[in-house]
Design a binder for this molecule. Structure first.
Ligand code: SDX
Length: 431
C-alpha cells in the first residue's frame, strides 16, 4: 500500500476523525475507512459499490472519462492491433511482455493442457440438449476441481501456476464441447499444431466428415475478440471471483462463480441480449420506437450494448470491435448485413439523442461483438461462453494477485438493517 500523504477529516456529533488518503500511480485517490467502524461505530453505505475501491491492483487501469483501458500500462488499442491473446495472457499473469523464449514456453505450456480429462465428457451428456452453453460451462468448470486435485492447493505457488495454465488452456475446449453437445455433433479434440484462436474455431466448426481449414482473417478476428475481453479491473464477475477466493475456495470453484456472474444480461450476457435486440428491431425505420422505449422511465427496456458503470465516454474496446466488424463482414461478403445496418444507425441515432449524451451512454464492448460472432457462424447462446473463455485470464490474474497478497482477508461486507427489531415468537394458535 502506498504511504498516506494527506488525511480526510470526518466530523460526527462534534468529534473529528482523521482518515488516511492514499494515491495510486494514476486514477482517483482513496480514503482508508478500515478503522471507521472501530472508531465511530458507523458503516459506510455504498450498494453497487459505485464509490468503493475493494482492493489494490497493478493489472488493469480504466479511465471512464477518457475512455482509456490499460493492461499493465499498455493501451488496449495497441494490444489489440499489435499483440495477440496468449501474449496478452502472459502480460496479465506476469506483469511484463514476454521475450520470444518466454512466449514460446508459455504458448507450449498452454497448448499441452488443452485436452480435458476423458471422463469429463460424461458431464456434458448429463445435460439436456437444449441447455444453455453457459449452464454447461458453470457445471463443467466447477467439476474441474473434482478432476484436477493436484492443482487445488492455493497455498502452493506451483499449484496456483498449474491451475492458471489449465484454466486458460481448457476453457476453449469446454466452450466448444458445450456448443457441439447442444447441436448434437461429436466433440472435436484440440490440436497442438494450430494457434489458440484457430483451435477454438476448429473445435466449434469442424466435423469428422471433412477437413476444416481455418480462415486466417476469422482466426485473427477471433483472437482480437479474446484480447478485447481479457480483463477489465474490478467488474462484477471479477469481484465475484475475488470474493469467492477470499474464503480459500479452490480456483476452479471460484472461476465457476465468475462464469455464473458473467451470465447476467447486465454484464457478460449483454452481447447475446444486444444481438437479440438488434434482430427484434429488425429494420432501421423501427429504431425511433426503441429509442423512445429506452428513454421511457416506465419501460424497463434498456438499449443492450449501451452504457457502462465506469465508461462515461466511448468504451475503447467498442471502437476496435467496430473496425473488426467491418473487416469480418466485408470478408464474408455480408457487409450489407441488416443487423449491422441497424446497429450502425442505432448507434448514430442514440449518440445524437440528448438523453444518451446527457447520461453519457455510449456503445460498450458488447455492442458490436455479437455482430461479428453471428457473422462467424456462432449462435447467440455462444456469445457469453466466448466472453467467459476470454475473461478467464483476467479472473485468474486477479485471483493470483489477491491470493499472494499477505493482507488478504475474507470479504465480509455489512448492511444497513431495515427489518423488524427484537420480538417474541407467537404460537400458531395465537396468530
Ligand atoms: C459489461 O463492469 C465492467 O467492466 C463490465 C464489462 C467488463 O468488461 O467486465 O465492461 C462488461 O458488462 C458491459 C456492460 C454490458 N451491459 C449492457 O450493455 C446492458 C445495458 N446497460 C445497462 O444495463 C447499464 O448501462 C449498465 C448495467 C451497464 C450500467 O448500469 P448502471 O451503472 O446502473 O448505469 P448508470 O448508473 O450509468 O445509468 C445512468 C442512467 C440511469 O438512468 P437514471 O436513473 O439516471 O434516470 O442511464 C440509464 C439508467 O437507467 N441507463 C440506460 C442504459 N444504461 C443506463 N438507459 C437506457 N439504456 C441503457 N443501456
Amino acid at each position: 500500500m502506498a504511504e498516506s500523504t494527506k488525511n480526510a477529516t470526518l466530523t460526527i456529533d462534534g468529534t473529528s476523525y482523521d482518515l488516511p488518503i492514499y494515491s495510486g500511480t494514476v486514477g482517483p485517490d482513496v480514503i482508508d475507512i478500515r478503522k471507521l467502524y472501530a472508531q465511530t461505530g458507523l458503516f459506510t453505505y455504498d450498494p453497487g459499490f459505485t464509490s468503493t475501491a475493494a482492493c489494490d491492483s497493478t493489472i488493469t487501469y480504466i479511465d471512464g472519462g477518457k475512455g482509456e483501458l490499460l493492461h499493465r500500462g499498455y493501451p488496449i488499442d495497441q494490444l489489440a492491433g499489435k499483440s495477440h491473446y496468449l501474449e496478452v495472457c502472459y502480460l496479465l499473469l506476469y506483469g511484463e511482455l514476454p521475450s520470444p523464449e518466454q512466449l514460446e514456453d508459455f504458448e507450449s505450456r498452454v497448448t499441452n493442457h488443452t485436452m480435458l480429462h476423458e471422463q469429463m465428457m460424461n458431464f456434458f451428456r448429463g445435460f439436456r440438449r437444449d441447455a444453455h452453453p453457459m449452464a454447461v460451462m458453470v457445471g463443467v468448470v466447477g467439476a474441474m476441481s473434482a478432476f484436477y486435485h493436484d492443482s487445488t492447493d492455493i497455498a502452493d505457488p506451483w499449484q496456483r501456476e498449474v491451475a492458471s495454465i489449465r484454466l486458460i488452456a481448457k476453457m476453449p475446449t469446454i466452450a466448444a464441447m458445450a456448443y457441439k453437445y447442444t447441436i448434437g455433433q461429436p466433440f472435436v479434440y484440440p490440436r497442438n499444431d494450430i494457434d489458440y484462436a484457430s483451435n477454438f474455431l476448429r473445435m466449434c466448426f469442424a466435423v469428422p466428415a471433412e477437413d476444416y481449414q481455418v480462415n486466417p482473417i476469422l482466426s485473427r478476428a477471433m483472437d482480437r475478440i479474446f484480447t478485447l475481453h481479457a480483463d477489465h479491473e474490478q467488474n462484477a464477475s471479477t469481484s465475484t471471483v475475488r470474493l469467492a477466493s477470499s474464503s480459500g475456495a479452490n480456483p476452479f470453484a471460484c472461476i465457476a462463480a465468475g462464469v455464473a456472474c458473467l451470465w447476467g444480461p447486465a454484464h457478460g450476457g449483454a452481447n447475446q441480449a444486444c444481438l437479440e435486440m438488434l434482430q427484434e428491431i429488425g429494420s432501421v425505420d423501427r429504431i425511433p420506437e426503441y429509442i423512445a422505449r429506452a428513454k421511457d422511465k416506465d419501460d424497463p427496456f434498456r438499449l443492450m450494448g449501451f452504457g457502462h458503470r465506469v465508461y462515461k465516454n466511448f468504451d475503447p474496446r467498442a471502437k476496435v470491435m467496430k473496425q473488426s466488424a467491418d473487416e469480418v463482414l466485408d470478408l464474408l461478403g455480408v457487409e450489407n448485413n441488416p443487423v449491422l445496418q441497424v446497429a450502425k444507425e442505432l448507434e448514430k441515432a442514440a449518440l445524437a439523442d440528448p438523453y444518451f449524451a446527457d447520461k453519457k451512454l455510449f456503445p460498450n464492448v458488447d455492442f458490436y461483438s455479437g455482430i461479428i460472432l453471428e457473422a462467424m457462424g456462432f449462435p447467440t447462446s455462444m456469445f457469453t461462453p466466448i466472453f467467459a473463455l476470454s475473461r478467464t485470464v483476467g479472473w485468474i490474474s486477479q485471483w493470483k494477485e489477491m491470493i499472494s497478497d499477505p493482507q488478504m482477508k475474507i470479504g465480509r461486507p455489512r448492511q444497513l438493517y431495515q427489518g423488524e427489531t427484537l420480538r417474541d415468537y407467537s404460537d400458531i394458535e395465537n396468530r
